[in-house]
Design a protein around this ligand. Structure first.
Ligand SMILES: Nc1ncnc2c1ncn2[C@@H]1O[C@H](COP(=O)(O)OP(=O)(O)O)[C@@H](O)[C@H]1O
Ligand SMILES: [Mg+2]
Length: 272
């Protein structure tokens, strides 16, 4: 890579349980394997579980950066020499949402660590809580994970509608997950994009789609990234392709990315 700029990416969804965490984990793994230094941040503070998917028992978490004032780099774990992970604590009700001051503090403490990474990936919680909305505004790129279930489609649309109507955000990338066949894949994206273009006036970009694949729950049970176990299952191939497309998106966006990897909400009006 010619540039050392960090592309910040939030992985979001309207509905929970659609595959965000598995996608965030495997995309991070694939990008790190293809020479990109990456920081994966667990931002699902209510139900943080990336540590479980990695079979780790972290001693410090994202919440410690805010509450105990530890340095971000002391909470970040090196999984190998390019893959870095910032875990979060789960089940701490008073810290399952961060208020604006806490978020600002987090951004201030995290920002000095970011220039070393090509990507900072934020695995967000589902839905439209204020933390999700803040992260959506702070990053360069938003990926919405959707499944063919009607409730996932309507919730994804609702998430984009809120981000568009409240914050004028109109650039989204879509990953369609847990599809049975090519027809379902096409129909899901088509339904979502036609609702967006008709009622919101923009079309989200399709980043890729992933088949329903039992290799994913199997990798979850083994507490390893799927791509660390196999490259050949249908989901593994799709996750690899999506990661390579994301690397391409980064190269294309770099000229538009300024030096701030994260923007403090309220101070930035996203332009791409
Ligand atoms: N493509 C897929 N095929 C089969 N199972 C999947 C797939 N994607 C996700 N899953 C399963 O769905 C469940 C929810 O995934 P997870 O990544 O935790 O979702 P989220 O982070 O959106 O809540 C997990 O049990 C996971 O194994
Ligand atoms: Mg999750």
């Amino acid at each position: 890579m010619i540039s050392n700029k960090t592309l910040s990416v939030a992985i979001m969804s309207g509905k929970g349980g659609v595959g965000k965490t598995n996608i965030a984990l495997n995309v991070s793994y694939a990008l790190s394997e293809s020479e990109h230094p990456i920081l994966l941040v667990d931002c699902d503070l209510g139900l943080a579980n990336l540590d479980v998917l990695l079979g780790l028992a972290p001693t410090h978490t994202l919440q410690d950066i805010i509450v105990r004032g530890i340095r971000a780099r002391d909470a970040i774990m090196a999984l190998n020499n390019r893959f870095f992970f910032l875990p979060a604590a789960s089940g701490v009700p008073q810290l399952s949402e961060l208020d604006e001051d806490m978020l600002t503090l987090l951004v201030e403490r995290l920002t000095p660590t970011l220039p070393g990474f090509d990507f900072a990936l934020f695995d967000c919680g589902a839905g439209v809580n204020s933390m999700v909305l803040s992260f959506a505004r702070m990053v360069h790129m938003r990926i919405i994970v959707v499944t063919p279930e009607p409730s996932s489609l309507t919730d994804s649309y609702a998430l984009m509608k809120i981000l568009h109507s409240q914050y004028h955000i109109r650039t989204f990338h879509i990953i369609v997950n847990q599809v049975e066949n090519a027809k379902e894949e096409a129909l899901t994206y088509q339904r979502l994009t036609s609702a967006c273009s008709r009622f919101l006036g923009f079309s989200p970009v399709l980043l890729g789609s992933i088949r329903q694949d039992k290799a994913i729950p199997e990798a979850v049970r083994r507490q390893k990234p799927l791509l660390g176990l196999t490259n050949s299952s249908p989901a593994a191939k799709a996750l690899h392709d999506i990661s390579m497309r994301l690397a391409k998106v980064r190269s294309n966006l770099l000229p538009l990315v300024d030096d701030a990897p994260l923007y403090i909400p309220g101070q930035y009006n996203p332009s791409f």
